[in-house]
Design a protein around this ligand. Structure first.
Ligand code: UD1
Length: 429
């Protein structure tokens, strides 16, 4: 299994191109199931989650072609993927394919909307809490689907098609909102989604669907209204830049010190995280090229954070921020409100000498002047990159094991960091 070796201590200087967002690319690719025309997506990141979703879509009959440079090749721009679901040959998404990635469950909505039936294995994905699918199923039922659960599979049917309805989510859910939107675009009549997620990736999905002929208003707000269409056509769309990757490298610079241009980053996608970083003493400058992040030798101030749905501080940056706070001057309180059990990085950070106390959903981090490199284990996607950030500022060598978690969501991580002067290398095998 691949490992990443990091020798800490170097400042980061240079530029890092920001990739297309994984969390946008996955629903955009899934939306290709809604039409028998071709959907073309530009700026798709080279990630193992993208390849896994291509396998899942292929199983349903989606043909794809990839242009642009391939996995492992140097490139500054993302790949272009053409997806064509001319014929859906299978409406079942089997356990072997779905269990690795929670977002693969989202195929349920377009399959049901277009074919009137779908059988999808209950999902897997990062081990960051129980992550149920009850809100997804509630939304589909509201739209008229019959739902049964049998032997680990959700079987959804809508013999006479889906019908527009009011859906109110009891809690903000990104996947639930994606599901409701993809189901409603082909339903008869009007659907109103209340307490919808406002994450930019929802806006990106809706932007593609509108190009395909869907009638959607209110995307990016908490109420989305959709007038169902009888058919959607093909379209071409560019995946928005990855705000979590952007925030991650910004935190890496805040941790290691230096001056880095995050090329193509859009500050409005993570204003809260940037405000928080500014409070820690980092300097954030929006420019035409992207976002420039700097920190001089003045140290890291301790700042409290509570994760919230967008536009709040993202849960997907919590582990990275905690890594940064391990070296702050003072005590920081980090509250995780989205996922229970999303603190698996705490015990790994302790291996660097970090002082963190856990009490339910609250982590109290007492900054220490130095961290020491250590062998650590990646436990989930975002937690693992938190360990990388800690390693960049730790004295000596860190070996990060199980880096397949990183490959799910961070394109060319070691190359992007080493071109800015970090000592990072991947050891294969
Ligand atoms: C998506 C993101 C993930 C991010 C998360 C929150 C993708 C591929 N993944 O995950 O990176 O961390 O949003 O921003 O885009 N819940 C239920 N029942 C449901 C659905 C959700 O109780 O049916 C709960 C979850 O357990 C969690 C909360 O709702 O506590 C929010 O989860 P949700 O927004 O749905 O996360 P994902 O869409 O899985």
């Amino acid at each position: 299994m691949d490992r990443i070796r990091i020798v800490g201590g170097a400042e980061l200087r240079g530029s890092i191109p920001i990739s297309g967002a994984k969390n946008a690319a996955l629903p955009l690719m899934t939306a290709s199931l809604l039409t028998d025309d071709t959907v073309i997506l530009d700026n798709v990141p080279r990630l193992s989650d993208v390849m896994q979703l291509l396998r899942i879509l292929g199983n349903h009959g989606v043909d794809h072609s990839i242009s642009g440079k391939r996995v492992g090749q140097e490139s500054e721009t993302g790949q272009t993927i053409q997806l064509s679901a001319r014929q859906i040959v299978d409406t079942t998404a089997p356990y072997e394919l779905v269990s690795r990635m929670r977002a693969s469950f989202w195929v349920i909505a377009p399959l049901l909307a277009r074919m009137g039936q779908a059988k999808v294995s209950l999902p897997g994905g990062c081990a960051i809490g129980t992550r149920p699918v009850d809100f997804y199923l509630m939304a589909l039922e509201r739209l008229g689907a019959k739902i049964e659960i049998e032997a680990g599979y959700v079987i959804a049917t809508a013999k006479d098609g889906l019908k527009g309805a009011e859906i109110e989510f009891p809690k903000v859910t990104v996947g639930g909102t994606h599901t409701a939107v993809m189901a409603a675009v082909l339903a008869k009549g009007t659907t109103v989604i209340r307490n919808a997620a406002q994450e930019p990736e929802i806006g990106d999905l809706c932007a593609l669907l509108v190009k395909m002929g869907a009638r959607i208003s209110g995307a990016g707000t908490s109420t989305i209204t959709i007038d169902g269409a009888s058919r959607l056509s093909g379209a071409r769309h560019t995946v928005l830049p990855d705000r979590i990757e952007t925030g991650t490298y910004a935190m890496a610079v805040a941790m290691a010190g230096g001056d880095v241009m995050l090329e193509g980053a859009r500050p409005e996608l993570l204003q809260k995280a940037f405000d928080t970083l500014t409070a820690t003493g980092a300097e954030i400058l929006a420019t035409n090229e992207g976002v420039r992040v700097r920190r001089n030798g003045s140290g890291i101030a301790a700042v409290d954070v509570t994760t919230q749905p967008f536009p709040g501080f993202p849960t997907d940056l919590q582990a990275q921020f905690m890594a940064l706070m391990t070296r702050a001057k003072g005590v920081s309180h980090i509250r995780e409100t989205i996922f229970e059990n999303r603190f698996m990085h705490v015990q790994e950070l302790a291996r660097f000498g970090a002082h963190i106390k856990l009490d339910g959903d609250l982590a109290t981090v007492e900054g220490v002047p130095t961290l020491k490199g250590a062998p650590v284990m990646a436990t989930d996607l975002r937690a693992s990159v938190g360990l990388v950030i800690a390693a960049l500022a730790a004295e000596g060598e860190t070996m990060v094991h199980r880096v397949y978690h990183l490959d799910r969501g961070f394109e060319a991580l070691e190359k992007k960091l080493s071109r800015c002067g970090a000592q990072v290398e991947r050891l294969t095998g």
